[in-house]
Design a protein around this ligand. Structure first.
Ligand code: AMP
Length: 287
């Protein structure tokens, strides 16, 4: 595995891989890798242990543009030594670790990508500017790498919908993969931010997924009222944890529009604050 912090060096290596006929795969991350990240690498590497077909680029960049003023940019966990070992073992070909200066030479980007409507709801209403930061940096990465394929986690489902919209609206020739959420043994979605949790918070956090599952069971039993599902989930989390609910929403999984009646592709999505740690999770159902 190679490591570079420079766009020019990255591009030189991509050119060689392309000349070798390999498909270019991009897996953008903010690092502090866990198995949720590494499972995407393994998926991209499967059927190509000999490294003849795909060239896997993982980026690690804690993007200042997507953090609000009072958010956790400074304390976001970072460990490049550990990350590079894990990335190499999982089968990454090139680890791209640009500095903020490499990505934003003028300290900021005068050009930004703003996806209206779907950036303003759910996580976007609590984190104004967040998805603009995400859409901008991902668009930059797409332009730097020109990947054939890019992996994103379903755990950040709104992010996936926003990026899909960018790709569609700007005719970016990349195939997106929404990778299923990888969970701890007790159901908690893996996240770099789980490292912030106290032991008590960590014990309570699996309530998020189990309440989502309870919602799914109700829907499987023919409950079609979105409000009933929402209320059940809110009650359960409030009763069984100290988590402060930011939102629990039942929405159309394609366009994130609010729905009253549960039918078609549906996403149940939530954000809950445990102490100073904000956790998100979701499940997608086809009804
Ligand atoms: P992050 O480093 O948290 O920005 O995540 C980088 C990418 O990995 C994003 O596309 C995330 O959605 C994805 N990801 C993070 N956690 C998980 C998980 N538990 N399962 C699957 N994908 C994940």
């Amino acid at each position: 595995m190679k490591i570079t912090g420079y766009i020019s060096n990255l591009r030189e290596n991509i050119l060689i891989a392309r000349e070798q006929g390999k498909a270019i795969v991009l897996i953008p991350t903010m690092g502090f890798l866990h198995y949720g990240h590494l499972a995407m690498v393994e998926d991209a590497r499967k059927d190509d242990e000999d490294r003849e077909k795909v060239y896997i680029i993982m980026s690690i960049f804690v993007n200042p543009l997507q953090f609000g003023k009072n958010e956790d940019f400074d304390r976001y966990p970072r460990n490049l030594v550990r990350d590079s070992t894990l990335a190499q073992e999982a089968g990454v070909d090139m680890l791209f670790v640009p500095s903020a200066k490499e990505m934003y030479p003028n300290g900021q980007s005068l050009t930004t990508i703003n996806v209206t409507q779907i950036s303003e709801i759910l996580c976007g209403s609590k984190r104004p500017g967040h998805f603009k930061g995400v859409a901008t940096v991902v668009s930059k990465l797409f332009n730097i790498v020109l990947p054939d394929l890019a992996y994103f986690g379903q755990k950040d489902y709104q992010q996936f919908v926003v990026i899909s919209q960018v790709v569609k609206d700007l005719n970016i020739p990349v195939q997106l993969i929404a990778f299923p959420t990888v969970r701890e043994h007790d159901g908690l979605a893996m996240s770099s931010r789980n490292s912030y949790l106290s032991s008590e918070e960590r014990q309570q956090a699996p309530i998020l997924y189990s309440s989502l599952q309870e919602g799914a069971v109700l829907i499987a039993e023919n409950e079609t009222n979105a409000d009933v599902i929402k209320t059940k989930i809110i009650d359960r989390i409030s009763k069984e944890s100290k988590g402060k609910i930011e939102y629990v929403e039942v929405r159309n999984a394609h366009n994130l529009e609010q729905i009253e009646k549960i039918e078609g592709a549906v996403v149940i999505s939530l954000a809950v604050q445990f102490g100073s740690t904000r956790l998100i999770d979701n499940i997608i159902l086809e009804v």
